[in-house]
Design a binder for this molecule. Sequence first.
Ligand code: GLN
Ligand code: ZN
Length: 750
Amino acid sequence: MASHIVGYPRMGPKRELKFALESFWDGKSSAEDLQKVAADLRSSIWKQMSDAGIKFIPSNTFSCYDQVLDTTAMLGAVPPRYGWNGGEIGFDVYFSMARGNASVPAMEMTKWFDTNYHYIVPELGPEVNFSYASHKAVNEYKEAKALGVDTVPVLVGPVSYLLLSKPAKGVEKSFSLLSLIDKILPVYQEVLAELKAAGASWIQFDEPKLVMDLGAHELQAFTHAYSALEASLSGLNVLVETYFADVPVEAYKTLTSLKSVTGFGFDLVRGTKTLELIKGGFPSGKYLFAGVVDGRNIWANNLASSLDTLKALEGIVGKDKLVVSTSCSLLHTAVDLVNEPKLDKEIKSWLAFAAQKVVEVNALATALAGQQDEAFFSANAAAQASRKSSPRVTNETVQKAAAALKGSDHRRATNVSARLDSQQKKLNLPILPTTTIGSFPQTMDLRRSKNYVEAIKEEINKVVKIQEELDIDVLVHGEPERNDMVEYFGEQLSGFAFTANGWVQSYGSRCVKPPIIYGDVSRPKAMTVFWSSMAQSMTKRPMKGMLTGPVTILNWSFVRNDQPRFETCYQIALAIKDEVEDLEKAGITVIQIDEAALREGLPLRKSEHSFYLNWAVHSFRITNCGVEDTTQIHTHMCYSNFNDIIHSIIDMDADVITIENSRSDEKLLSVFREGVKYGAGIGPGVYDIHSPRIPSEEEIADRIEKMLAVLESNILWVNPDCGLKTRKYAEVKPALSNMVAAAKHLRTKL
Ligand code: GLN
Ligand code: ZN
């Protein structure tokens, strides 16, 4: 019985690639140094998989930045502004596309499906001359072979590649990216010919777009592409890999009818309907790559239950045609549990990172072949049982409280306009009130200083004084006591664990270290009241209490898989509700509950959107449904791309929402122009905090005036796009000063 891994993390167990990249970018090390680190990482990954007994080991899933950008390089689709003159693409052109250079900005980056990984979006048009310009796939295949490992080279499939692209600037809106298929296939053909010549016997095409809502025209492109490649593919075994969801019925039919394809890979963790599809018909003689080991999470596999699934599949596709695999690339999970010596032993026994998942895949394959490793399976069963019964996982009180939520909508008793009236009586704010999003520049990590309470108090005091001098209306304390907006809360809540090295690549060299939610969530004691009331005591102006919302905490964590996501979210909501009420009791009258990641959790398929949005928005309302009318609830979101979910945003029923706006060419405002009724307070960001540029008063005033054209002046707030944490005071002070001046100037005209 064979085993297969879809893809593997590149960063290395201790983020070796990150440090090598950053040192190269800083000019502190040479291209050869970087190549050496990269080659060492690749060889250790291949060796590890081969030692574990994996039969189908991937190559070309390593990347110095991004696999989609690698494909752009392979196809020679370099946008003209990078001045590439042909020839093999090297680091200079490659990293210019990824990160920009002194004279040209980077290519756009966007989220890879519903993961926290970001890829570089290809920019294509009718003018692009595709040519074979990066031999990376072939080189890596040969490199592994020289090390004695015969790998499966992995390519981003041609159809997904085009569907993940965007039309280049200036290209007609009506241009169809798929019309380029016959122009890119010749390059794929050259790659395939070289791979064959180098001795490859299998090839893997990643076609994750097949799990999306595709139309007949798009499905047709798959049929066309894979039949056009037929001659090049003959003599090769071809795997088309899908992941992140099940493949819709029509796409499944198209996929399984591809004649030149030998094997199909499915995500059996998230693909809840895939099993039925396969039962309904699977082409005879073809391989099924069964993704039973979760690549999106850090939990140990339930081996006994996976084995049952695999046995059922074996009955359908035949013993020699079933391959045990991961649900998707392991890129989206942490690298190696070995580097977590401080993690609690019991919790650790419940986990599996990429290195451990490789072993699980192999253990399942050997078990299917009749040689079950009894010791491994029984240790796994014991860990599963301990996780099920552990008192650290289950908290009866929390379970009961969460269950009791059902049946109520948790809406505040009074409608938003009446609430705003009561709040205004208390707050007495000017028209176009000014505020900021929460964090102020972080000059150093004060949490490490010896007398950290004093150091933080001093910092808060400084931030308060600055805001008073700037004459901002609603103040913030600046968040100097926080490391990260999720970690800070996770560390104080029960049910969360933290890793030392559980990094996951977000983009380029950037990694995140999500907390692990392993148990029922509760709040042992107040988390922010101490600092917020201290800050409030320093000023007569309203000081915003600052919390991270339940949906954002959920979406930026590794979430338990033994109960639905919404149940975990409701539990977090109850913990945040306690905090909101404690802040209110402590005299904080404005409380901001950030939901920066609400949109990120949106499922891939449209049919699942409303279910998610309902429980997500409900969770948010739970946090603040119990406050007085006079307590003003703010929320904040850092993306402007929410025209499609505007009704859910309204349904959150916050009193004030601050949102990113300045980079979006007013896409946001168009919603209101088109007549969406909005009665709550709203602060579309008036300047971009991602750039060091200082906006002028005129330019900010201009933006506000554009907003006034579509929004009532009595609901409009004036604030930056997001928190100021990553900026310097030298930028923040003049920018905010211009912002306040613009607001004041416009007040006189209203
Ligand atoms: N309150 C947070 C801050 O200002 C919000 C950050 C975010 O939205 N990402 O830093
Ligand atoms: Zn933000």
